[in-house]
Design a protein around this ligand. Structure first.
Ligand SMILES: *[C@@H]1O[C@H](CO)[C@@H](O)[C@H](O)[C@H]1NC(C)=O
Length: 525
């Protein structure tokens, strides 16, 4: 007997054993017992019908058990075939048994095809749903669109997917990337540089940043609202100076080597993250540092706990003690143009729009030359709970916004992607807003943001292409319809001027209004 046929005999014996074990336990099953009992007590059934009825009970029971087992162990066609064929043992001899075994095979093949088809349908449906969702809203990015670039116990950096990842409607900002840095209390972010120009905004916490600019070190204490411009390739390190509070920094990056991708290079920290010192061959290091291989190996070996390390209280105090060159504070840095780096959004200045429904803080490009150089604007809206911003559009700026605190929702008008709704060429895009939701409003697209009735909604915005941008308000004080002449108003709105003025003059607040009475935030939960 060949090894193969020996194996089949063993399998056959095992299957038969399994079958009897299964039958024995099946007979014990109360549900099956009940079912068979019902068959036996049917007065109107003759003996054959009763047997047939019992057989169906058994079949039903067996299928149910199979489904349960499958749920636990997955679909196993080989085992199923074996079990089915072993049941043929009781089907007489020769041809009858052959036929029974053949039917088993056929049944299994059909079953297999059916599953295959179902799985295909399920996947297509899932794919379509996913596509529909993304197609529905290419302007909004949530938690799942961030991925972790670096993470240790002391902090992390999350990088947002490319703006063009799922759709090309945002191709105008494909050269920008957004990242979030969170440093735990007392964390030290090891020295690094990256091939991108960046704007950092501190959205919470107290830290200190040191940048090496040419042959000088510039260090500043930083706090909520500080905007720091970091030129590509500048070596820098950071600490969170606080004992309790985390430090949050939002970074807008503009890569210089590749349009939509940047790399971070770590100089110290060896191993993890990999240091560019250690990446060189040891002969080069020996020569360059004029130090023996042994010493170098021991030296670099000590490092390697990741990009975020813990600093001691004394180290933090020592590093934080002297303030240099901040906002013209008589620092050692000689160049005036840099004297306002960092620049604070909230301090020593009034909001550019303010009423009891909200406040808007904006950096005036002339105040902070660095933003002007990069053709960027930075603003911060603090919308009072239950209130909203005026609907408006930017003439040429593209807004990249991130929710810093609170909840609410966004409504934006965008061109219809045009597949289903024929007839109208515009569509409404809405999205729930919560902390870390990122949304992009392209130039010319009217939109509003509304704070939930429970919390203020605080939004940090970067505006790309800010130069010569005009904000056109669609309602409230200063709305653009008020500039139309009488005839244009009457032609455009097909009614008397007085009526147009009544509608467009009724809201007399500027920029922030009480929100919709019917709070719709619920719809987005
Ligand atoms: C936003 O407004 C609330 C309430 O007026 C205030 O407590 C909070 O500090 C403001 N946030 C910022 C960043 O100014």
């Amino acid at each position: 007997m060949s090894a193969k046929s020996k194996l089949s005999v063993v399998i056959l014996i095992l299957s038969v054993a399994a079958l009897f074990a299964g039958l024995a336990s099946a007979k014990q099953d109360p549900e099956l017992k009940q079912c068979s009992h019902q068959c036996r007590v049917q007065q109107q059934f003759d003996e054959q019908q009763k047997e047939e009825c019992e057989r169906r009970c058994e079949e039903y029971h067996r299928e149910k058990k199979e489904r349960e087992r499958e749920k636990e162990h997955g679909f196993d066609p080989d085992r199923k075939l074996r079990e089915c064929q072993s049941r043929c043992m009781g089907q007489g001899q020769g041809e009858a048994r052959q036929l029974c075994r053949f039917r088993c095979q056929q049944r299994l093949e059909r079953e297999h095809d059916r599953r295959w088809e179902e799985e295909g349908k399920r996947q297509t449906k899932e794919h379509e749903e996913e596509e529909e969702e993304q197609e529905h809203n290419p302007y909004v990015f949530e938690d799942r669109h961030f991925y972790t670039a670096t993470k240790t116990e002391k902090g992390r950096v999350d990088l947002l997917a490319k703006f063009t990842q799922n759709s090309d409607v945002l191709r105008g900002i494909e050269n920008y990337r957004l990242a979030l840095l969170v440093a735990n209390p007392k964390a030290f972010v090891v020295p690094n540089h990256f091939d991108a120009d960046a704007i950092f905004v501190v959205t919470q916490g107290r830290g200190r940043i040191s940048m090496i600019q040419e042959d000088k070190r510039r260090s500043f204490n930083i706090e909520t609202g500080d905007i720091i411009r970091v030129r590509a390739g500048t070596p820098l390190y950071l600490i969170n100076r606080d004992d309790n509070e985390k430090l949050f920094i939002v970074k807008l990056l503009q890569p210089v080597n590749r349009p939509d991708h940047y790399e971070v290079f770590y100089g110290a920290g060896g191993g993890n993250p990999e240091s560019f010192y250690e990446t060189f061959s040891i002969e080069i290091l020996e020569a360059a540092l004029k130090t023996s291989r042994d010493k170098l190996e021991r030296f670099f070996d000590k490092q390697g706990e990741g990009a975020f390390l813990e600093a001691s209280k004394e180290q933090i105090e020592a590093m934080s003690s002297h303030e240099e060159g901040r906002e013209g504070g008589g620092g050692i840095w000689p160049f005036k143009s840099d004297s306002k780096n960092p620049f604070n959004l909230f301090k020593k200045r009034r909001p550019s729009k303010s009423n009891k429904y909200g406040q808007l803080f904006e950096v005036d490009a002339d105040e902070f030359q660095h933003l002007k150089d990069s053709d960027l604007g930075v603003s911060y809206a603090n919308i009072t709970r239950g209130c909203m911003t005026a609907p408006f559009f930017n003439s040429r700026a593209i807004k990249i916004a991130i929710v810093v605190q609170g909840e609410g929702y966004l409504e934006m008008v965008s061109p219809d992607s045009g597949r289903r709704k024929s007839g109208s060429s515009l569509q409404k895009t809405s999205s729930r807003l919560r902390p870390d939701t990122v949304f992009v409003v392209p130039a010319g697209h009217p939109f509003v943001t509304v704070a939930s009735s429970r919390t203020n909604l605080e939004i940090l915005c970067f505006e790309v292409n800010i130069e010569n941008n005009v904000r056109y308000l669609l309602a409230g004080e200063g709305n653009f319809v008020q500039q139309f002449e009488k005839e244009a108003k009457e032609l455009a709105f097909k009614t008397r001027e007085a009526e147009v003025d009544r509608i467009f003059g009724n809201q007399d607040e500027e920029f922030f209004f009480p929100g919709p009475r019917q709070q719709r935030t619920r719809d987005y939960e």
